[in-house]
Design a protein around this ligand. Structure first.
Ligand code: UD1
Ligand code: CA
Length: 466
């Protein structure tokens, strides 16, 4: 097997996006377009990955450096293309990095959904000896380079802008993916001219060159159009996003997940579901999320980086974001509606967290409840604790964060403030409206509010009167 080098073109301006952000950094299903391409490449065994940058080069290079790479994937090497004179000119910039042996797989940074098996087929056809092109029949081929054939043989690729009316009828298009033997790539690129509608050095020009030299040009048909659709405009980006989401939804349903509406779920990352999971409409999943057996997700939830364990129910309009620390919702727990779980929220079995309750960096043991309008930050909450409506932990003194420990079976009255660091002893009760700044003994009632007084026959002041 010939060694595989990869060149990803990502220098173009992406004019049609009409954005300050370089095109390849626009996101599809939560990841940059270019990130999808690199993820795909990292599932192949390749020798070298070269990324051509130009427009917004610094931004692109910085972004790439921050992405995780698959095991065994070589760190990408960047080559700047200044100015950008076309895709052929782009690949020319990479030549000094491509050894004479092996083959180069050329990819477009703006075609995000290609799959490793497809690239593998292209490599196999190339065999390190032939020019292999990935093509596809597009129902609407507008904008793409057309594959011009005579009888069956490929003669060349003609870009949409240069195509005659007759050529524009051709539905077989070049997808932007090719595999080329390295030793042929150099002379072929050297022969490119820019005498075309856009005044660019088209990479696609090497096909005619190859044909002139009698080299074999092989076309490999992509299995479906989604894999090879490029993003050039916000419309195309949105269309591709919807198509991709629908595909993910189908895969979820095929594995048994019940979606109220496959058109109203967005997975921007990895969603793992055990058996009998139900997901209502308009839910968004980001990063890594796992849903245990029988989990129910209500409508309009946003859930990121979280593990929801067996039998837990997330009621509508709940926002969960574990960021780096993660969130765990234990078995049989009930969360929401309108709850907010932040990084480090760790809810044990049967915990209840209700409406307008925010939990951050806190552990709630089995059966603890915070049902209404409350804040728990940097807290350790024991089993069966009842945390009243409007109670908050004052965990931040303006400089440092401190912990609040609420031991098992404690009741915290409504509208209490627990000023950390503080421990509420096991079985204790805090009277409603108390501000507790000193730790309390077990089984005690602690009340810090002023004693209630009633003044009999109280006369309210009268308007204008003395
Ligand atoms: C290109 C192909 C076309 C094919 C289509 C598939 C050429 C000439 N045309 O057209 O046949 O059907 O892809 O999606 O190759 N880029 C650079 N440097 C440049 C110009 C572009 O790095 O000087 C990069 C862009 O960032 C992009 C890729 O190359 O990632 C493709 O460029 P783009 O302008 O989008 O080409 P298309 O018109 O889509
Ligand atoms: Ca394109």
């Amino acid at each position: 097997m010939a060694a595989i080098d990869v060149v990803i073109m990502a220098a173009g301006k992406g004019t049609r996006m009409k954005s300050r952000l370089p095109k390849v950094l626009h996101r599809l299903a939560g990841s940059a377009l270019l990130q999808h391409v690199i993820d795909c490449v990292s599932q192949l065994r390749v020798r070298r990955v070269v990324i051509i940058t130009g427009s917004g080069a610094e931004q692109v290079e910085l972004a790439v450096a921050g992405w995780p790479l698959g095991a065994g994937c070589p760190a990408p090497v960047f080559v700047r293309q200044e100015p950008q004179l076309g895709t052929g000119h782009a690949v020319q910039q990479a030549l000094p990095l491509l050894p004479d042996d092996g083959l180069t797989l050329i990819l477009n940074g703006d075609v995000p959904l290609v799959e490793p098996a497809t690239l593998q087929r292209l490599v196999q056809r190339c065999e390190g000896r032939h020019l292999a092109l990935l093509t596809v029949d597009m129902p609407d081929p507008t904008g793409y380079g057309r594959i011009v054939r005579k009888a069956d043989a490929v003669l060349g690729i003609v870009e949409h802008k240069d195509a005659s009316q007759a050529q524009r009828q051709i539905r077989e298009v070049y997808t932007g993916f090719m595999a080329v033997p390295n030793h042929l790539l150099k002379p072929w690129l050297a022969g490119l001219k820019n005498d075309n509608a856009q005044g660019e050095y088209y990479l696609t020009g090497i096909v005619a060159q190859a044909v002139r030299e009698g080299a074999s040009v092989l076309a490999v048909q992509a299995a479906d159009t989604l894999q090879v659709e490029g993003v050039n405009s916000p419309q195309q980006l949105a269309q591709l996003e919807r198509a991709f989401q629908l595909r993910q939804a189908s895969a979820l349903m095929a594995s048994g997940v019940r979606l109220a509406d496959p058109a109203r779920i967005d997975v921007r990352g990895q969603l793992e579901c055990a058996q009998d999971v139900e997901i209502d409409v308009n839910c968004i999943f980001e990063g890594k999320v796992s849903l245990g057996e029988g989990v129910k997700i209500g409508a309009n939830c946003v859930i990121a980086n979280a593990r929801i364990e067996d039998g837990a129910v997330i009621h509508p309009f709940t926002h969960i974001d574990g960021e780096k620390a993660g969130v765990r919702v234990g078995p049989g727990a009930l969360v929401g509606p309108f709850a907010r779980l932040r990084p480090g929220a760790d809810l044990g079995p049967e915990v209840h967290v209700g409406n307008f309750v925010e939990v951050k960096n806190s552990t709630l043991a089995r059966g603890a409840k915070a049902n209404h309008l409350a804040y728990l930050g940097d807290a350790t909450v024991g089993e069966r604790v009842n945390y009243g409506a409007g109670a908050i932990t004052a965990n931040y003194d303006g400089a440092n964060k401190h912990r609040t420990v609420i031991e098992a079976d404690v009741h915290i009255g409504s509208n209490s403030v627990l000023v950390a660091p503080v421990t509420i002893g096991r079985g204790g009760t805090v009277g409603g409206g108390s501000t507790v700044s000193k730790s309390t003994p077990p089984d005690a009632l602690t009340v810090t509010r002023a004693k209630q007084v009633s003044i009999a026959n109280w006369q309210r002041p009268k308007k204008g009167g003395a």
